[in-house]
Design a protein. Structure first.
Length: 299
């Protein structure tokens, strides 16, 4: 017994006529009759009897027709799902994002993707860079900041994405904010208490590497999770914070962003990581292509 034989029987049960079923299936009448004969031999029961120009199902045939019709319906739904995937009218993309891309880029990307492919659903998972990378086996795409390191799953594709500047933030009345150039050196920052993101944060990794490279001591006063937590701590006068320049786009005048001179600006790259890069889903490919489009790549 094969699925093809059962779906042929479902067509015969629908039309109650072997010739009509053969035409609907684009098969010859002998081919359909042969499949019916094989089914009856498989079940050891008569599944139908001829009556006039058509057929009548036996009790065994009526019961088998119920199973055969469910199989045919499932197959048709599978074909529809295949066609929907091909046209990107269906699908599911699982995206993980660290704090900066999650807060300041991903909402715009998802909105644009939905305008283009409304039938594809997207689920998101947020955390710092280390947390998102740890979740790669459960993701289709990861948007992270800082160093992705080694030990990624096999066949992982890594795309360098956007350059991002890490800036120091201080209250508007802070002494460092009085410079017209709005620039500061690391050794100038060492005179003040610092407010850092939690361990695993891409911003924190970038800042720590810069201080270590220049041999400047960090006076860490507080560790806080999240960009907004850092900015609130700075507003409260707890110290100098470090955030992505992207997070300052909609900021009011209460905080001032200072570029860090070492001697260049303190920059890092945001990265797109695709754990199944060797064979990604089409919806995943389209989302990555949207991210890499110049309108996003160039900010």
């Amino acid at each position: 017994m094969t699925p093809e034989q059962l779906m042929t029987f479902a067509a015969v049960a629908e039309h109650l006529n072997i010739s009509h079923a053969a035409r609907a299936l684009f098969l010859s009448q002998p081919a359909v009759s042969g499949q019916l004969r094989q089914l009856q031999e498989e079940f050891g029961e008569a599944l139908y009897r001829r009556e006039g120009r058509g057929i009548v199902l036996t009790e065994a045939g009526r019961q088998l027709a119920l199973h055969a019709e469910r199989l045919r319906a499932d197959f048709r739904q599978t074909l529809a799902f295949r066609d929907a995937l091909r046209s990107l009218d269906a699908g599911h993309v699982r995206i993980g994002a660290s704090t900066t891309p999650a807060s300041y880029l991903l909402p715009y990307l998802i909105a644009e993707f939905h305008r283009r492919h409304a039938g594809v659903t997207i689920s998101t998972r947020y955390g710092n860079t280390a947390e998102v990378l740890a979740a790669l086996p459960e993701l289709d795409i990861a948007l992270v900041e800082g160093n992705v390191g080694e030990g990624l799953p096999a066949a992982t594709a890594v795309h360098r994405w956007l350059e991002d500047e890490v800036v120091a933030v201080v209250p508007a009345g802070h002494p460092l904010a009085q410079s017209a150039a709005r620039q500061v050196r690391l050794d100038e920052l060492s005179a003040y208490p610092l407010v850092l993101r939690e361990i695993g944060s891409g911003v924190r990794q970038t800042v720590e590497r810069a201080f270590a490279r220049d041999g400047v001591v960090m006076r860490v006063a507080y560790e806080l999770a999240g960009v907004e937590g850092i900015k609130e701590a700075v507003r409260a006068g707890m110290g100098v914070g470090f955030v992505s320049m992207m997070s300052m786009r909609h900021e009011d005048d209460a905080l001032v962003a200072l570029s860090i001179r070492i001697p260049r600006r303190l920059t890092r790259y945001l990265t797109i990581v695709v754990p199944h890069g060797a064979a990604p889903l089409r919806a995943t490919e389209r989302f990555v292509a949207l991210c890499l489009d110049p309108i996003w790549r160039d900010g």
